[in-house]
Design a protein around this ligand. Sequence first.
Ligand SMILES: [Zn+2]
Ligand SMILES: [Zn+2]
Length: 337
Amino acid sequence: MQKVEGLRAKWIEARPQGLYLPSADAWVDPSQPVARALVTHGHADHARGGHGEVWATPETLAIMTVRYGEQTAAAAVAYREPLAVGDVTATFFPAGHVLGSAQILLEKDGERVVVSGDYKRRPDPTCAPFEPVPCDVFITEATFGLPVFRHPDTRDEIAKLLAARAANPARCVLVGAYALGKAQRVIAELRGAGFEEPIYIHGALQRLCDLYRELGVDLGELRLVADAAKAEMEGAIVLCPPSALNDRWSRRLPDPITAMASGWMRVRQRARQRNVELPIVLSDHADWDELTDTLLEIRPVEVWVTHGRDDALVHWCMTRQIKAKPLHLAHYEDEDD
Ligand SMILES: [Zn+2]
Ligand SMILES: [Zn+2]
């Protein structure tokens, strides 16, 4: 266990398996099953099955039900509605990361701590935008917490997909995209760019695409690759999970151009590892400018950095007289980028 020494909000402990609130016996995004969990969003490194009581937004609970089955004692929490968890008040605010994603404001003893979970500041047609919440301590993610990470304009990246498709009418463009959030965002961005033809999807994307639609996100016409003839998919855009990009499954497609949508496509090495011909840099995390601009906007007294590359952001805070420290929570390379 790591005590957060000499700083504010001593009622929160950073433990390897998550943030712990001892007085409420509750955890935020615990990586193991616990009695009481507050969950920021549905990605697997934040939402696990098997907890006792769970508090999350209705969308996150619906995503958890799709992935882990019915939660035994789940309570849906609407954005901006304060909730008492023991002696801590928790309020969820939109994080702009994926559908239902939340930052959680924790209040106790007159101190306000915001756990960002994962967040981004760019518009995303599939979820509510990030809301800056005044606080004493801001616990920020730092997935792309290096100055080299500056995400390009979303429209330009989507235009690359459409251009590759237009230039290759006898082939298809196969886009690797994670099943929760990224796949639906790519589809919604394509629709927003005026692309109205059916989009073909791998079966592994179906349940979450269906759920997004049930929850009001318009994705246009989707067809399952399994139900389509090869010739029908010439000139089409096809989405699959990244794991299917290079496997036998893709043989059923007409001469695919391999693309992948991820913030990591900014790193050539990552694109090469997956044999990606057409890297699409599309991230659901804040880039360096978004991270630092957000801190300047919120102006917390302290910043605790988690979830990624913390050194540069901690240093950036120090040079601006903002107290900062890395939390070193257990973290693994995850599905959400
Ligand atoms: Zn994450
Ligand atoms: Zn995430």
